[in-house]
Design a protein around this ligand. Structure first.
Ligand code: 13P
Ligand code: 13P
Ligand code: MG
Ligand code: MG
Length: 364
């Protein structure tokens, strides 16, 4: 029977400020998940945190977009929000943008990535969790994993990868989607995904078998709310080995802390720092943006893990480089290219300040 791995996540309150999650909020997530496993809704589940975001990692056999699973996630975020309110945590219920659940979590604020699979005899998967950054931030790492032979040796030397991958790209502004086949459409693909603020890779498919290799959350909070309410803090699920890149090839893009949108007030560019769970607490200038990678072996739907990949010493240089890049970018203060360009600032103070100053402008 096909299984589904769903990661549904939300920021429901930070401790202290936006830096981390209070243990009681995480415990609430764990307790609710345990009940859902007990009741048979889920096969297995874990609650994990990256910064101030709660990630519900759920294995089940109801398929993607299942109303009961989505409703459970929504109710769990509501329960966590109650804890956040009691403790006066910062931004309690921040990402819950609708008053009532209406059948699907998409468009309601929380981010979701769901992957349906026929479990192989050994099924290694990696769940990525981001904080202080935007949907679209997985574009560059996905490109490296699935289309760059300098990153993924398997594209050259493994028969199962040699046919390449297809990328499903979403236009976040005009709500449309398109497929690109790589390697032959690499240059066309890059025209779009090189601009992750508008175009985000939703899904990657293995061309040799048609299986989904990776999926990411592309929900954009500011576009749902029409104003800045916090960052999307996306998640992604990637299958590894066999018809997919190896675990090490999936992790390799994060040895460079590529610059992403996010950081302080969601309005700055900064390096995406790979960290273990113990360091997933954006602290300096509400950053630098973080990414955690949790590895699991699926065993009849059970989540055997996690392996906290980025705590490994081989990511120390990436963290050092991220700190150096952050030092350098911070020196620019409120100037671009540290601060995001004007058209990206439309959800911040800019409209109000522009309106206040409107009458003071005169012709040159
Ligand atoms: P304030 O809401 O205190 O202005 O904080 C800004 C911020 O971090 C937005 O999420
Ligand atoms: P979060 O989206 O993680 O709450 O960050 C918001 C922010 O503005 C931090 O400065
Ligand atoms: Mg927050
Ligand atoms: Mg967050």
């Amino acid at each position: 029977m096909p299984q589904t791995l769903s990661v549904i996540k939300a920021d429901i309150g930070g401790y202290v400020g936006h830096s981390a999650m209070h243990p009681e909020v995480l415990d609430t997530g764990r307790e609710e998940l345990a009940k859902a496993v007990q009741s048979g809704l889920l096969i297995d589940a874990q609650a994990q945190a990256c910064g101030d975001d709660l990630f519900l990692i759920m294995s089940h056999d109801h398929g993607a977009d299942d109303e009961a699973v989505h409703r459970f996630a929504w109710d769990t975020f509501l329960a966590g929000t109650e804890v956040a309110k009691r403790l006066h945590l910062y931004g309690a219920g921040q990402d819950l943008l609708t008053d009532a659940f209406s059948g699907n979590i998409r468009g309601a604020g929380p981010g979701s990535a769901e992957l349906e699979l026929e479990e192989r005899p050994s099924e290694p998967v990696i769940v990525f969790m981001g904080d202080k950054t935007s949907s679209g931030s997985f574009n560059l790492p996905f490109y490296k994993m699935f289309a760059d032979p300098f990153n993924t040796a398997g594209l050259v030397i493994s028969e199962s990868l040699h046919a390449g991958f297809s990328f499903e790209v979403h236009d976040l502004k005009d709500h449309r989607k398109i497929m690109f086949n790589t390697p032959e459409e690499l240059y066309d693909l890059l025209v779009f995904i090189g601009s992750p603020g508008r175009y985000a890779v939703k899904r990657v498919v293995t061309r040799s078998s048609g299986e989904v290799a990776a999926v990411s959350s592309t929900d954009k909070l500011s576009m749902i709310a029409g104003r800045y309410v916090g960052k999307d803090d996306p998640t992604a699920i990637v299958r590894c080995q066999g018809n997919f890149p190896a675990v090490g090839e999936v992790l390799e893009p994060f040895t460079t802390p590529y610059i992403v949108e996010g950081f302080m007030r969601g309005s700055h560019y900064g390096p995406w720092m790979p960290v273990g769970l113990a360091q997933a607490h954006p602290t300096r200038f509400d950053g630098p943006p973080r990414v955690v990678a949790l590895g699991f072996q699926l065993a009849d739907g059970k989540l055997v893990g996690p392996r906290d990949f980025f705590e490994d010493v081989s990511f120390d240089n990436a963290r050092r480089e991220a700190n150096d890049v952050a030092d350098f970018l911070r020196k620019h203060g409120p100037f671009e290219p540290h601060r995001m360009p004007l058209d990206e600032m439309e959800y911040t103070t800019m409209p109000a300040v522009a309106a206040k100053m409107a009458s003071r402008w005169s012709e040159l």
